[in-house]
Design a protein around this ligand. Sequence first.
Ligand code: SAM
Length: 288
Amino acid sequence: MAIAYPDPSSETPSEPLGAGLYIVATPIGNLGDITLRAIDVLRRATLVACEDTRVTGRLLKAVGAHTRMQRYDDYASDETRRRILDRAHGEAVALVSDAGTPLVSDPGYRLVREARAAGIAVTTIPGPCAAIAGLTLAGLPSDRFLFGGFLPVRDKARREVLEELGAVESTLIFYETGPRLVRSLEAMALAWPGRTVAVARELTKLHEECRPGSAAELAAHYRDHPAKGEIVLLVGPPVAGREAADPDALLAGALEDMSPSKAAASVAKATGLDRKALYARALELKAR
Ligand code: SAM
């Protein structure tokens, strides 16, 4: 779809923007999703704080903005943050991330907190956010949801987070990467065998996909078809009576008279869960 952005050369010079920090959401894949307000602020701000000047430079060029950029993330030095905030006292400073809504698994929290503490006006220019886009696609309850950011990489830490979130009566939303998707789905298959999960991938892009199923089904699918691109992983709320197949309980029972490997094979057969993941879990249970 060709997008007709307002032509900067045909506009009469507009009033300068009021001083302050402007939090500007940007597209998560489809440039057409940028808002008119975002374009306006990016053009009229005197500084754009961004994660990567090459990424944001391409966006600014596409929307006809010639604003100076300054690299910023939450690991920036106090000095860098202070300089950006000094500017925001007297000028319009925009904050963007590489894609989507700043502060949502992206830099910005410290800057906004300190801007508020310093009495600087903070304005939000809302727009694309992968978590919300995934929620609108997945067909899971959307009245209550919890955004869990990225799950931990290490198996034990991930399992602890899943245990902690297990009782939350809400749809859960996580950000995920292709290489880690199957491990996360396997962990979810063990923790939440009865819940509906959805993998929302490449949102707003050419190969957008949203695939619902149980965690075990999706783990099997993505084991055979490794997922490429960017991913939001969504999990429906607990459903009464459907969490019955507790793999830990099944494994513990099987381990009473079987080796870990036989116990894993037997529970895998009964539940359809991944035998390797069950075997790893059986070893852990045995070591307790
Ligand atoms: N602040 C961003 C937002 O508002 O969506 C998220 C930034 S976070 C560093 C990047 C993660 O967001 C990716 O690893 C992926 O999980 C998710 N994501 C970003 N763009 C996406 C897209 N087009 N489709 C699916 N997930 C996406």
